[in-house]
Design a protein around this ligand. Sequence first.
Ligand code: ZN
Length: 374
Amino acid sequence: MGRSIQLGKLFGIPFKLHYSWFLIFIFITVILSYAYYPEVTNGSWSTAAYWGLGVLTSLLFFASVVVHELSHSAVAIRGGMPVKSITLFFFGGVAQITKEATKPTTELKMAIAGPLASIALAGLYYGIFWISSGFNEYLAVLCWWLALINGMLAVFNMIPGFPLDGGRVFRSIVWLVTGNYMRATRIATMAGRGVAYLFILGGIVLLFLPEWRFNGLWFLFLGFLLYSAATTSYRQAVLLDALRGFTAQDVMTRDPPLVPRNLTIRELIQRRFLPTSSQFFLVVEGESVGGLLTLRRIKGIPRDEWDITTVGQAMTPVEKLKVVRPSDDALEVLQRMDEESLNEIAVAGGGRVIGVVVRESLIRFAQSLQGLRR
Ligand SMILES: [Zn+2]
């Protein structure tokens, strides 16, 4: 997911902030300090107190989101699914879990852990509000808002629209009943789209009511967001399912053409590329592989330098090549390529490059598998 900065690690999981997080942080702080807190306290505090409490509340709100995501992550890790990172962004948080659950019960526990954590936090903050409301107004209003927002977080996430937590809970139950992961995903996606349509329809209705117009816009926004999330998650689930059980060795292009390193780019294009139309070449020096040269890389070299640039100068040297093992899961290879924005990755076994996985051909491979299963 786009641009984010890594802050550090939480229980060994990289913790990141997406740039959009700063916008929503400022937004919430301003709403609280400028409007909400002055209203509930009849403007009886100093400006500094409002802003101080506003910033503190925003920070605690995001800490609550982190606790929610950590709960998903803890269950995932216990279920043998590694968590790549937790990112906070505009809309809350997301824990990147690199494997899909293989059992419906695991997915059920993992999906429900987040909302349960939010409910627990809501209860905790409500308790502190209840205790402090007699003697500390600052603590009381702070905890009241945090109890409310955590409760809302739990409720919103439990909307049965896949890929929200509630949608995942729904999918795992259908999966449990039908025993069929893809069918469950299809049904959950349909339900997710249904919920999205309801939001959009509700939004349109609200737009006609003068006092609710602003909420109508919110509903429309959420509806479109849910719809596109459901569609994206479905496509991804289909792709993941198709690649399940395949390894890097199964999906790589074998025996890439070999070229000597002192060949110029023009010679390579004329003598080797045009006859084979291969997307990449292994550059050799005697017996050993010196590096990998891709067509994509060649396209980046100005044409008037083709006569003076050798293959050896343009290649990615073998020590800088991104490499996977032949037995690695095809899925993990794809995820790694996505994360590191790679278009191709070398497959090395027994100390030498035996093939190359190209992103487009991997996707095409998965798509044709889907076609076979229909
Ligand atoms: Zn969640």
